[in-house]
Design a protein around this ligand. Sequence first.
Ligand SMILES: C=C(O[C@@H]1C=C(C(=O)O)C=C[C@H]1O)C(=O)O
Length: 435
Amino acid sequence: MYAYHKQVLKLTNLEQVLQIAPHYSDFFAFETPEHQIRFGLGTISSLTPHSPQTAFTDVKQWQIAQKTQIPAAIQNQAQIFGAYPFENQPSDQQNIWGNLAQGYFFLPQYTLIQQSPANFELLVLAQQPQQLSQAVADFLNLITLATKILPDTPVLETKQPLALDHWQQQVGVTVNLLQHQSSLKKVVLARALQTTSSSPISPEKSWLNARLMNPETYHVLLRHQKLAFLSATPERLIQFNQANFQTAAIAGTIARGKTPTEDLEFGNQLLADTKNRQEQAFVTKTILAILHQHQAKVHYANTPILLKNKNVQHLFTPIMGQLPTPAGIFDLIAALHPTPALGGVPKNEALAQIRHIEPLKRGLFGAPIGYLTFNHVGEFVVGIRSALLKTNQATLFAGAGIVADSLPTKEVKETALKFQPMLNTLYERTTVFNV
Ligand SMILES: C=C(O[C@@H]1C=C(C(=O)O)C=C[C@H]1O)C(=O)O
C-alpha cells in the first residue's frame, strides 16, 4: 500500500502551482468549463501503453493493479491522469510525438483538487511510509516559496501549414469517394500547422493563457518531461460518477458573429443548415448505438442546441445515461473513441481513409484525455483545439468533418478558424491570419 497524507491547501494565487510544476517531470492540469480545477504533479507510477491498439486494455490493467496499492480511505481522491493515443497510424507517417506517441498516464505524487476558489485538497502519496513526511515538506516548501516567475508569452516567429495543397486536394478526393461509395458517410480529416517561437514556449504559462483566452472551454495540459500537449477543447467525451454518465454529440461549425445580431444569425444559419444537421445527426446516432450496445439507459433531446466558443459555434446534443455497472466505464471509453466527430461513419472505413490521407500521426490529437479516480469518478475530453509543445516549437492540429457535399476550400477555412484559439493562446500579438 502507498502511504498518504491529506490536507487542505489555501492557494491565493493559482500561479504558484504553475510556477513549481516545471520542478516535476510529469504535470497534468485540468479545468472544466465550470472552472473546477485539478492538478497532478510528480510521479508515483506511470504507464506508456505498448501500442495504440492495446492502449485501452493496458491502461485498464495498470489502473486495476494500482488500485491494490491505494488505501480504501483515499479511493475518492487518488486519481490517474493521462491521455490515450488517437489510433494506430502507419510507421512512415511523420512522427513528432516522441514519448507521448502511444499515450501516457501517471499516478501523481501530489494531487490537488479544487474545493472552492482558494481552497484545494492536497493528497500526497509515497511508495514507502518513511518517505512521506519528507515528500509533504518538500512540496509545502516549494509552494510557499514559489517565486519562479513564469516566462513571458513568446512571439510567433514562423508558421508553416503542413502540406496544405495536398490536404485540400485530398479533401476533394474524399468528397468524390463519399459521393460514389455509398457505405462511407463521413470522414474527419485533420491538418497541422507547424510554428516556431522567438523563445521557449512554457507549457504552464500557455495553460494559464488558455484559461484566460477561452474561459468557456476545458483547459487541459499533459506534460511528460520536455513534451507537452495542450488542449482548449469544448468537447466532452464522457464524464462519469459511478454508473451515471454524461456525453455529447458535437459537430457542425460556423464562426461567431461580430455583433450579437450577427452571432444569432450565424447560429440560426447553422441550426437550419441541412449538411451540418446531417453531419451532427450521424454523430448522435452513432453514439446512441454504442450506448445501447453497452445496455445504457439514455436521455437526450431530439433537436441539437448551439455550443458557443470564442471563435466558433457548433451543433450540440447533450446525452445523459446510466450503465448497468460502474465498471463498464473503461469499455465505454474505448467503444466511444473515436466518435464520428473525430473519426467518421462507419468508423473503420473512415479510419482507413484517415490513415491513407494524413501525412502526420495524430498522436494525442482528438484522443481522450482526462482523469479517473479509483472509485469510478472521472472525465475524459476530446483533445482538439490543441497543440504539441516542444521548446521553441508548437504543432497545432485542426480537423473538419467531410461529407458528400463538402467544399474543399470551405474546409480549409474551417480548419484555419479552429487554429485561431490556440495561436492566440501560445503567442503574443497574434493577428488573424490565413493558414
Ligand atoms: C475535429 C475538430 O472539431 C470537430 C469537428 C467539428 C466539425 O466538423 O464541424 C466540430 C467540432 C468537433 O467535433 C477540431 O477542432 O479539430
